[in-house]
Design a binder for this molecule. Structure first.
Ligand code: IVH
Length: 692
């Protein structure tokens, strides 16, 4: 009996979805757009709904949903999940001690060659055992006490990186062990979203990942961005394990499991020390938290020879790094005033060594978050510094408050300029209403204006800005351009030479672009991308300053908040005055007639053109700019995807190729017709004649 066509189609859809999920989640190299994936997914969902008999446990549709549980079922591990000994000496000595111990246990003579170790990262998450039977994920369990864990299969299925079916020929039983974790950027986004909703923020990625895996409602787990790395094995039946741990990880990757690329085979103590140092130096730029590295004797035969002491293997060790979280005393709470006037409560801490540096200030974000965390002066608080994220107070140690301490209150007057502090109705942030009257805002505005992505004034750092503002030398942005060498050279830490350089840098910054200038003004909600979009759309500053909210809303990605903010900014006479003074100081940029190039129709959207030979009047760069302004792309070589070849005198092989592929060939007049939006698709043949 042959299978029904629906069954064949469902199997084919599952195969394709597994393939694309691996490309997307594990290799980070999707082959099809998300929308195509969604279409395949929905087709399978519909098939399964119509024919429930077609549903299989490895179906990608099983990644979402599932029912809410009353509790987790205990699972006895076929092979106990052990832990590893931790080397707390974070210096090279920690690695040397491990290598010495391994050599001693193996009774290696001093002149025996170096032992080969698999060196990998120690991921900071939650250990999970994945059981695959005949290639299908049938059970996922937490470590628990090592003997018995909990069945969290429903939740683990929601993690896109974890294959529901292994690639290639699969053995009867293969248990894979690894760590479920949360990337730092995913964690930050999650907390940003919590803040925006006015809800409690999570303390760190590890606790958040662990909490998500142990959620009784899998729909909640599905909303948490979790990731996974495989690092070991459990029970095996019918799987010929490679002879080394490093080759085992390669084999797991080939089966479609995510395996971290930051690993190596290290030789002897020197190799381990080098790995520990190299990863320590990269720790802050890794996209996820690690609390150390793990060394494992690479040879499986030697691992067996070494065996275990109680619950720990003799052949592995975790070598730690300094902690990224520490407890310290909150001495006080200061208020910092930012560029847009936002008041940020900053924790003044008993200095503490965390994440590789001494931290004495940490952000508390805003007064609501401060209240939610319940921290008060005198408390023992947890400070976190991970990666390049600014240090923050994530919570307090309960039961450490010495005596009654009043709750923190935001000041009613700006601590810098005394202006009234306001909070938008329903908003989270308190702001100083002083604007550029406020020294703190003036300083930040100057630093922003001079920043690398704005006017790019090299050498104007915060020490100089502090002096310029505090000394009353500068009250407005345009006054920056009135500074002379003599005034600057008189500042602290400023020699004659630096002063000359700074004046030159200011001079140089005057030649800029409209997008940079617009961004430099520091208009609320106008970031770099928005500034570029506005510049492209309008082409000239005056058109932006005079645009109505409706006209602003026409711009790519400009919504009501941005449009309103721009209008408010340019409606204020003093802001227009600042712009005029900056122009008078000599700041210029090229403008274009937004009405033709950018606002006009874009007849070449979706078209790719190739230019070849010399056109009668248009230089190559100008032709390219015109094509791009009309929404088209210019490519360097001719292919089937080329829409037109524009050929001038002495066109060569590109013209031959165009004829071979049947791509239309146009001359300069033909190009002009395309740019006007008429004559599209007409091969004038003129280009060919000219080139001949
Ligand atoms: S191997 C028998 N490798 O660290 C060896 N563990 O006590 C079993 N961990 O909670 C563990 N990264 O979840 C191993 N690359 C790695 C690891 C790793 C993180 C965790 C593991 C366990 C603890 C080890």
């Amino acid at each position: 009996m042959s299978p029904e066509p629906e069954a064949l189609r469902a199997a084919e859809l599952r195969r394709q979805l597994h393939h694309h999920a691996h490309r997307y989640y594990v290799l980070d190299a999707p082959e099809i757009p998300d929308a195509d994936y969604d279409r395949l997914f929905q087709e399978l969902q519909a098939l399964e709904a119509a024919h429930p008999g077609l549903l299989t446990p490895d179906s990608p549709t099983q990644r979402v949903g599932g029912r809410v549980l009353d509790g987790f079922t205990p699972v006895r591990h076929a092979v106990p999940m052990l832990s590893i000994r931790t080397e707390t000496d974070t210096t090279a000595a920690g690695a040397e001690a491990f290598d010495a111990r391994v050599r001693r246990e193996l009774a290696l003579p001093d002149d025996a060659p170096a032992v080969a170790y698999a060196a990998e990262l120690k991921f900071d998450g939650l250990a999970i055992n994945l059981r695959y039977e005949h290639g299908v994920l049938v059970l996922a369990a937490t470590r628990g006490d090592g003997e018995t864990g909990e069945d969290v299969t429903q939740n683990i299925r929601t993690i896109g990186q974890i294959p529901l079916r292994l690639h290639g020929t699969a053995p009867p039983v293969l248990e894979v062990r690894g760590e479920v974790y949360m990337r730092r950027d995913d964690f930050e986004h999650l907390n940003d979203a919590q803040r925006a909703k006015g809800e409690k923020t999570y303390i760190n990625p590890r606790n958040t990942a662990a909490g998500a895996v142990r959620q009784l409602d899998p729909a909640i787990t599905a909303q948490r961005p979790l990731s996974f790395f495989a690092y070991g094995l459990g029970e095996l039946q019918g799987w010929p394990q490679p002879a080394t741990h490093s080759a085992t990880l390669d084999a797991l990757a080939a089966l479609g499991l995510p395996v971290c690329a930051d690993r190596t085979v290290a030789l002897g103590a020197a190799g381990l020390v080098a790995f520990h140092q190299a990863m320590g130096a990269r720790r802050d730029v890794l996209p996820f938290d690690i609390d150390g590295v793990v060394y494992k004797v690479d040879s499986v035969a030697l691992q067996q020879q070494l065996g275990f002491v109680t619950r720990e293997p003799r052949w592995a060790v975790a070598h730690k790094y300094p902690a990224q979280e520490q407890t310290t005393t909150l001495r006080g709470i200061d208020i910092q005033v930012g560029r847009t006037g936002k008041l940020t409560p900053v924790a003044k801490l008993e200095p503490v060594f965390v994440g590789g540096t001494t931290v004495s200030n940490a952000t508390l974000h805003n007064v609501f978050e401060l209240r939610r965390k319940g921290v008060r002066v005198g408390d023992q608080v947890i400070v976190r510094r991970a990666g390049d994220v600014i240090p923050e107070v994530v919570g307090r140690v309960p039961g450490t408050r010495p005596a009654y301490v009043p709750n923190f209150r935001m000041p009613r007057a700006c601590p810098v300029c005394g202006s009234t502090v306001l909070r938008e109705k329903g908003g989270i942030d308190h702001r100083c209403s002083g604007g550029l009257f406020c020294g703190a805002q003036r300083k930040q505005a100057l630093l922003h204006f001079a920043g690398r992505r704005a006017m790019d004034v090299e050498g104007l750092g915060d020490k100089i800005v502090d002096q310029l503002v505090d000394g009353g030398l500068i009250r407005t942005l345009p006054e920056l351009y009135t500074l002379g060498v003599a005034k600057l050279a008189a500042l602290e830490r400023m020699g004659e030479k630096s002063a000359v350089n700074l004046v030159a840098a200011l001079q140089q910054s005057k030649q800029t672009t409209l997008a940079r200038f617009l961004y430099a003004l520091g208009i609320r909600h106008v970031g770099e991308t928005t500034a570029k979009d506005l510049a492209k759309h309008f082409g000239a500053l005056d058109r932006i300053m005079d645009a109505s909210v409706e006209q602003l809303l026409q711009v790519n990605d400009v919504g009501p908040v941005v449009a309103h903010s721009l209008r408010t900014f340019f409606d204020q006479a003093h802001n227009r005055e600042v712009v005029e003074q900056l122009r008078a100081a000599g700041i210029t940029w090229p403008e274009h007639d937004g009405s033709v190039a950018a606002l006009g129709p874009q007849p070449l959207v979706g078209k790719t053109l190739v230019l070849t030979g010399t056109l009668p009047t248009l230089a190559r760069e100008d032709a390219k700019a015109l094509v791009e302004a009309a929404g088209g792309k210019v490519a360097g070589s001719v292919s089937k995807k080329t829409s037109y070849v524009i050929a001038g005198a002495e066109a060569g092989s590109k013209l031959d190729k165009a004829r071979e592929l049947g791509v239309p060939v146009l001359d300069e007049d033909g190009l002009r017709a395309l740019l006007r939006g008429d004559g599209a698709g007409q091969d004038t043949g003129a280009g060919a004649a000219q080139a001949g």
